[in-house]
Design a protein around this ligand. Sequence first.
Ligand code: ADP
Ligand code: MG
Length: 683
Amino acid sequence: MDIKRNYEYLLSELKSIKGVGLKTSNLLKRKKINSIFDLLWKLPKSYTDRSLSSKIKDLKIDEVQTITIIPQKYSFPRVRNLPNRVLCKDETGEIDCVFFNSYEGYIRKILPIGKEVTISGKIKYFRNKYQLTNPKYISEDSSIIKQKHNSYSLTEGISEKVYNKIIFQIIKNLPKIDEWHSKDILKNFGNIGWNDAIKKLHEPENIGKFKENFYQRLAFDEIFSTFLVNSEIRKKIKKIKKTKKKFDAKKQSEIVSKLDFSLTNDQTKTLNEINEDLCSDNKMFRLLQGDVGSGKTIVALLSAFNTISSDFQVAVMAPTEILARQHFLLAKKIYPKNIKIELLSGKSSYKDKKKILNKLIKKEIDIIFGTHALFQKKVEFKKLGLIIIDEQHKFGVSQRKKLSDKAGKDCDVLLMTATPIPRTLTMTIYGDMDLSIIREKPSNRKPVKTYSKIESKIEDVIKFIKKEIRLGNQIFWVCPLIEESKKIDHSSAVKKSEYLKKIFPNEVFLLHGKTTIEEKDKILNKFLRNEFKILVSTTIIEVGIDFPNANVIIIENANKFGLSQLHQLRGRVGRGNKESSCVLMFKSNLSENAKKRINILKDSNDGFKISEEDMKLRGFGDILGFKQSGIKNFKLADPIHNHNLFILAEKEIKRIENEKEDIGRFKPLIKLYDRADIINDIA
Ligand code: ADP
Ligand code: MG
């Protein structure tokens, strides 16, 4: 068989391309380009036909033009009605790019200092300078196309000439691939086949044509393959047969009736979903998603209780000791006395640990709480029936898959996350799990009052805090980490705590990145016991811990955070039934855009809604925590611009699942789109 006619040709090594030797292939590998397929996404950068592109000195005023420039300097005045500006130049002159209503992070991303960028828009002339307002199309990184010679962002050591040669070769030799999509799906993209789409993608005059069929189809392929792999993982896990759990729901109601609140509808609904899974003979792999303070813990503990009633053991893993202990104490409080509860702490003595481990094997413990130490090899259970993992948003798909594989045959898995994500990302990020969502907050919850304050008025904030302390309340004071550059004027948490200590002697403690784990636990416990009033910290206050007495959070340099992050931070307060407040502090007056962001926070306490807005403002990669989570970065698809493609892919996956369609025809898709490693046994 002619290998070139087969998709596997695309997976062959770079060395099989004519003209690519060891040196070039090593250089490419360094850029994570390992196969011919990977090279397909090396696109010619911003296309600027000589006839369209101008030098700054030749710009025509009031006409839409394209220029390639190098950003030089930002100016973000953060003053009302003053726009953000970026001074840019080429070898012939200077131009100001002016942004109204654009978030700083966005501007930094699209116009990075010192990097060549191609933009276009209507040119104005203002105060002796060219000006371009809200540039329309911006390439990430580009240089000018010379006639038919494509420009690529260059990997060190590889010339444009080489790129042109090898990519031209690949496109010429594209294997014929059988269509994997159904006719109905293809109709959405003018029936364009994969090969044709790839060819079009590489034609320089098509750069930036995101709306065209070829682009949409290829973006859809990416989304769909991710969803499909996730769906296969989910199907596979659910196919695993386990011993059904059997319990008497009455016992659960007894616990519920003794709580000092009644469950919300969403808590009841999600609990029922979990219980149903426990009682089925399919293994559970479920995510409980709910905003901070939505009350996930009680749902988890009740399902754990039911598991114990079915004569199984439960392991509850929290990200930190202190959170593990908090869950442990809650369990002790609400479970009947006959249930054997333990906490495996890093601080326990060797002897005590050994005792606990011994009891676990003998099933003399029903439920154990701990950190990730619970999943060490040494920890063995006699009859583990449920693993609960709290605040797991840093786990990626493959880590989750491993976890589920590791859990025994009869062991259900429940993950919990307090990170609401935009609707379009749900299948991308959590598509491998069944999902239970708590949207509704407990009714006694008062929304956190959110204020903004310019830093120079810190006296007002101090006054406010004094009043709160007099009322017996406690305060979080958050200073962002110094991350980008020392020059950038972040507040120093150390300095701030010194300042506050002078005003509030003996009432201030500081937590920062270098505080040891033991020290941190000590301080947090003291804070929990209300032994001091103000906890100053960088952003490391643990997710999930309940500090019922803390009802004020001050966030400095609030403009450094995205909306979701601010919402998460704000969620540290307002968990009890006290009035609580959040003060966002800024260095200077707010820009219009910053005001908009604040208003979103003031108007909404709904993490899901805020996550949507956040994504629109910041783009998808940056949303809280997901950078670290290892989720796939799409090469073409974008959850904001391709919203409809995400929805279409979700629908198609559901259809395939419902009709139990054979997915054999997608094998090339899955293999090519690089997720096959997770599920190599499915296709
Ligand atoms: P999260 O979902 O962030 O983990 P928790 O489970 O820690 O939230 O719950 C936050 C607080 O809300 C806890 O103090 C808990 O006791 C309380 N809580 C939970 N459910 C309810 C409810 N239905 N009504 C009132 N308070 C509740
Ligand atoms: Mg929690």
